[in-house]
Design a protein around this ligand. Structure first.
Ligand code: AQP
Length: 347
């Protein structure tokens, strides 16, 4: 039987291009911070990416881009595992079993599917619909005990827990752990620079909506300059309640201002209160200049290292993914053996 290692993390990012500040602050930066306390498996989830059409050449490029971002941000690929999902067949194999464990009603409740499919429900791939089952397989193939999740992935992790419980109950064995979410600190949701009610996203048609991890200093400056804001001066810490909650009127009426303030606080590793205290009464022009300098200071070196890895050190990068894939496969093999035995597959 494969053992459950305490404190094992699985997480991933889709190689769908335009890796952005939200992916960095909401996911990749947290990976770096978790690596001292957890045994980490960081995946480039290329099988999830193809649930919507991906150009094959771009998919390869984007897979390297995500892997490079993990390494450039500071994940240690020797100590932890970095690989792309399609290298390890256990994901697809366990994903199929979970297609037979999860219920249609559970998937019908997934809000991300509803958002992504929109009015096109009949025309999207079946992969997009069963995506959460594959995500459960990603996590449970390694018996991961913890998954760092942003707001948008909470529901999918709940489904993973439901699948684990149903599998354990159906087959009368405690095969899978009930994975715990790790909700990370501030800026779990970075919003679009063009519309403070929409999350910053790779697939937003407007380039100006996001700062990417590969943007150069001029591009970052342009995007922040053009970011939607308002003519009013910045508020002070008075908009925060006793428990740090943000005044609902401010949140509703100035979502873009709030987003820029949150981005600043997250990049500078401080609280929103600290930022508000410093900028109270100032206008957006000054604030945006400072935010630009900060974003360039924090993202610039990471972007430069990503480019170096992708262009000058591609064989090193590919070697990391290959080695990571072999190590991941070795961890997943006994789990899959246990699952096949529980299910009754003759081997
Ligand atoms: N705006 C965001 N703020 C904070 N975190 C974010 N993440 C994504 N957008 C934000 C986090 O990044 C991780 C990887 O996301 P993903 O690649 O699996 O796909 P996604 O969540 O669907 O990301 P995108 O960028 O919005 O892509 P598209 O446009 O293709 O849907 C996750 O941990 C996610 O929480």
């Amino acid at each position: 039987m494969s053992e459950t290692v305490q404190n094992r993390i699985f997480s991933g990012v889709q190689p769908t291009g335009n890796l952005h500040l939200g992916n960095y602050l909401g996911a990749i930066r947290n990976f770096v911070r978790l690596q001292d306390d957890y045994e980490c498996i960081f995946c480039v989830v290329d099988m999830h990416a193809i649930t919507v059409w991906q150009d094959p050449k771009e998919l390869i490029h984007n897979t390297r881009e995500v892997a490079a971002s993990y390494i450039a941000a500071g994940v240690d690929p020797k100590k932890h595992i970095i690989f792309n999902q399609s290298r390890v067949s256990a994901h697809a194999e366990l994903g199929w079993i979970f297609n037979c464990v999860a219920r249609i009603g559970w998937l019908n409740r997934m809000t991300q599917f509803k958002d992504k499919a929109g009015k096109n429900r009949e025309k999207v791939s079946t992969g997009l619909y069963v995506y959460p089952n594959l995500m459960a397989a990603d996590i449970l193939a390694y018996k991961a005990t913890h998954v760092p999740v942003g707001e948008d992935q909470k529901q999918h992790l709940e489904l993973t827990r439901d699948i684990a419980m149903k599998f354990n109950t159906d087959f009368g064995r405690e095969v899978f752990p009930i994975t715990e979410p790790l909700i990370m600190g501030a800026a779990t949701r970075v919003m679009s620079l063009r519309d403070g009610s929409k999350k910053m996203s790779k697939s937003d048609p407007s380039d100006l909506s996001r700062i990417t991890m590969l943007d150069d200093a001029d591009t970052v400056a342009k995007k922040i300059r053009k970011a939607v804001s308002d003519p009013n001066p910045l508020p002070g810490a008075g908009i925060l309640g006793d428990n740090g909650e943000i005044d609902s009127e401010f949140r509703q009426e100035r979502p873009e201002a709030l987003n820029l303030l949150n981005i600043y606080a997250a990049l500078n590793d401080e609280t929103l209160g600290d930022v508000l205290g410093r900028y109270e009464g100032k206008g957006f022009a000054d604030f945006k200049k400072d935010l630009t300098d900060l974003a360039v200071e924090k993202l610039g070196p990471i972007g430069a290292e990503m480019k170096r890895l992708m262009v000058d050190d591609r064989s090193y990068l590919d070697g990391i993914l290959k080695d990571g894939g072999e190590r991941a496969a070795a961890l997943a093999k006994p789990v899959l053996d246990e699952v096949y035995d529980a299910v009754g597959f003759l081997r």
